[in-house]
Design a protein around this ligand. Sequence first.
Ligand code: PMP
Length: 285
Amino acid sequence: MGLKIWLNDKLVEESEAKVSVFDHGLLYGDGVFEGIRVYGGRVFELKAHMDRLYVSAKAIRLEIPQDMETLSDNVCKTVAANNIKDGYIRLIVTRGIGSLGLNPLTCKQGQIIIIADKIQLYPPELYENGLRVISANTMRNHPLAISPQIKSLNYLNNIIAKLEALDRNMLEAIMYNHMGYVAEATGDNVFVIRGGKIYTPPISAGSLEGITRDVVIRLARKSHYEVLEQNLTRYDLYAANEIFLTGTAAEVIGVVEVDGRKIGTGRPGTITRDLWQKFEAYARS
Ligand code: PMP
């Protein structure tokens, strides 16, 4: 049996969950989305995801045709209908059906899609041994073109950066901003540890304001680590004692090589492991 998918105002069978070829989400990547985790049947940080979704929508002048409370309820209904205990939710709001032209005003109403499914995780060895990553040549979105804070349906530059990594048999790439500072990975935020302090690029460096990033910063500060939001260069990555990435799907994962250079001991470091454990405990509490 297929999944039950939320489509606009009701659950439908997966085989019935179809969108129009005239949807501007498809035609132009015109829409916003969230990826959300379910742990032990509970939706993780739902309010934070909803806030980010609505602010992303506002930034592209897309009116979400449901209020936040209703949409949150519909997310929970979709999780329950599919009996998801540990899983991943993809919540999408497109501009909706319009004409072939660019004009978004031809789209009468936004389209809501909620998919709740099991999650495909990185294999456990990667958490033990750490990820090898490269520096991408493809730059993160320029803030004067489109704010990198908008979680839009257009991920093309991140996809091209991901391909750069895959071409070299790596799973992730670090993306830099137009000034050469570290922005983030293609779907994760970046943290660097040096001299016992934890550094992460400020949001103004072109990172998405990751919800996992926020949780990890909070957990780290609670454990009396010093966390600094500071611009980081390629040098800071190479000179790091530890590096880790955070994201909804990846959670907390160590990075042990950047551009062929070994980071720290070449194994996920002690602070990375500590924060990974603290994150797991918090998410599942
Ligand atoms: N950066 C980008 C570009 C992302 O798409 C994501 C989400 N996968 C993240 C960072 C991490 O954000 P979050 O912790 O909210 O998943």
